[in-house]
Write a protein of this length. Sequence first.
Length: 194
Amino acid sequence: MIPSRKRNNLEASRAALGKPRPGIQRRVSLASDTAAWPERQVEIDTLLSGPVHLNHLLLPLMLKHNRSSLLVNVRSGGAFIPQVFAPVYSACKAALHSYTVTLRHALRATRVRVVELIPPAVQTALAGPGTTPGVPLDEFCDEVFSALQRGESDTVGFGPTNTSEFKQVLNATDLLFKASSLRFPIATYSSEQS
């Protein structure tokens, strides 16, 4: 049984997923993209700069209360397999993946758990008016919110981003990251920080 406070937070999160939100995915090939730079900059600011800035603002608060916390960054399968119809979107999601892995490493000695949510195409407004490719939103939410609540993994996928093959790729890159991170000692967050 989920405590009522957590259940209300999960229900609010689920409701927010189905509403128009600040996500953006410009569907245009590189060879056809004639948009002015500000249009591309909006996509980068929304998909990469926004989450990085929000994490930077939330972390001091999460560390200060020194309770178990969960920080979830939403990526995409396009972070691993670039989508030819959405090149800037895919690049931003790949960059957010790199940032999130590094953030998890920096927070490993704290009570802040960093999770990457890796959805496939989900039936939301992201694809544009009248277009709803992907898996049904309720089916996606039921599975991923349960997985987030169980806390069994630092990555939560669904469908094609939750296969054994996909997980093998994630595990292989995680091992490479861990080996590489030992070569470059850096300052990390501690549970005593506030």
